[in-house]
Structures are given as structure tokens and as C-alpha cells.
Design a protein around this ligand. Sequence first.
Ligand SMILES: Cc1ncc(COP(=O)(O)O)c(C=O)c1O
Length: 344
Amino acid sequence: MTTPISTDQLRAAAAKMPRVPLAHLPTPLEETTRFAAKLQGPRVFIKRDDCTGMVMGGNKTRHNEFLLGEALKHKADCLVWGAGVQSNNCRQTAAACNKLGLECHLFLSRAAHNDDIQGNLLLDHLLGAKVTIIDAPLGPELDDLLLAKAQELRAAGRRPFVWNRVTGRPIAAVSYALCLAETLDQTRAKGVEPTHVYCAAAGATGAGLAIGKAILGWQGQVRLLCPIRWPWDTPKDIAEVANATAVLLGVPHRVAAADIDIRTDYLGERYGVITPGSREALDLLARTEGVLLDPIYTGKAMAGLIDDARQKRLTAKDSAVFIHTGGTPAVFAYRDELMGMASH
Ligand SMILES: Cc1ncc(COP(=O)(O)O)c(C=O)c1O
């Protein structure tokens, strides 16, 4: 194993990268009491990355400190970003653009949800982003469309910074290697060495946590719960992003696909569709701790933690940290699904 470095050394390595301050950091780390009592097993802490700011918070605000740092380095005057109509990413990015004086072009796919102006989409409009609704599904087709739109803007004399899956994710992932360091500093200050970190992750966030674990030599398990079935080998993809992140940081640590614990077990039918497990997790955390999950990412991830506790994969010997990656505005867009499935 490559010799680990300390959390301070990791921060020093990341300090060489372009970065703009956007997020409220460090985010709080809260121990659950009534929720953990329901699980009758592990201690459970919540890392409140739903409190990063940028209009209702989330993981992308950490990402954007580095991505928009890169955009400013390239003297961009606008951003071209895209994802689903209820993208938390795009909403946080639109807010960050406003703070930095960049024009924000969003291309939002209606493939995963209806395009009612609610939730994140409502916020995109309130933030004044230039919104175009498209039919391309998330993945390669949407990625190509963004590159083409950026090219059109370039031809018109603009300087766009475009979301690029290959180059963007390793930059974004630096922020989640740092998030792991921040989390471990917080738990250790409480005298706790966590055994597990749980997180909803589909790309950069999971890659950052995975490479953070390798860099810091943390012995616990990073369990990633994936909200989408990608048309590629996800563990291999995340390992590649993680290793590209290590290159950016200038550290020798590497991971293999076999090191990446990413599961789609709690995703259900498909991306964007609420599951009974997600709904149960949302209810349970809201009603025991007053903390709201979202139905598509964090609800499904928490369903994984709850199931692990029920199946005794997590026991009283364990201390788990759940990274709450945000998604709060989506609850408004999912009102019908949430109320239709309500069992109380
Ligand atoms: C609330 C929430 N959690 C988790 C994720 C997954 O993040 P990543 O794709 O960086 O792994 C997202 C991505 O959109 C999200 O909005």
C-alpha cells in the first residue's frame, strides 16, 4: 500500500488547484439519536452536505468550487451545463454562475421526469438561467449535445466553459476527497473512528470519496449507492475518475475497479422513479430527526443503510456516516408521487 498522507497534507495538495469559495464549509456533522435507535444497531452520523448553500445546498456546490475555479482560469464568460429537468447540479450551478457573473445555459432532459415548473426547474428559472428542455437521455447523447452547444457559442464569439464528463469529473472529485478528510477530522474530534461512509453517488462524488480513502489510508468502507444504471461499467469508470483525481492532486495513490463498492440494489425500476425503500427512508429520517432526504438520490442511499442495519451488515460495533448530498428541492417536484404513496 502506498503510504497514506494526513488530512492536512491532502488539503495542501488540493490548495494548488484553482478554486472559488462558494460553499458553507465545513458542513455540520450531526449524530442521530432517535433514527439510530430505530435501527437498533450502529451509531449513525449525518454529514450535512445539504447545507452547502447555493440555493438549498448539495454536493455540487463542493464540486463547483473547483469546476468554476477552472472556468475562471480559462476566462470563461458563460457555462454550458446539462442533466435532468430536476437536476440539483444545474440549480446549484446556476446559482454559482450568478455569484460569479457568468451566464448559465442549461440543457435539461425531460427523459427522467415531467417538465412541470416545480422544484429545481422552478429555481433555475428564478435564478435566470437560460433553460432549454430537451429529450436526450442522461449520458453520452446529452454530453455530445452540450459540446455542440458550446461550439455554437464559441463560434458566436463567446468563451463557454462546458460540462465535460472526462475532464470535469476528476476536478470535481477533488472536493469529495476533501469532504472525506473534513468528515474524518470531525468524527475524530468526537473520539469516533467511523467504520462506514454511505453516499448516493453516480460519478465524481463517489470517485472523490474512493480516492480520499486511498490517499488517507482510511480503513473504513465507502459504500456508494448509485441512483442510475449507466451504459458503462460503473466501478471501472469510478476507479478511472478516482485515479485521474489522484494525478491532479499529484499523489501516488491509486484504486482498482475491485476497490469500488458501488451498488444499484436500491435504485428500483430506473433513475428518477421513487421506490418504497426511498419513501420509507425519507419518512423515517424526517420523523425521527427532522432532516429531509430527497426521493431520488439520498432516499435511495439511505434505504441501503437501513437495509444493511436490518440485515446485520451494520451492527452495534459500527459507526456509519451518511453523507447527505442534498436534493431538497426535488421533493416539491415529486409532490404527487410522495403524496400518492403516502401510507400515513
Ligand atoms: C442529491 C444528489 N446526490 C448525489 C448525486 C450524485 O453525485 P455524483 O454524480 O457526483 O456522484 C447527485 C447528482 O446529481 C445529487 O443531486
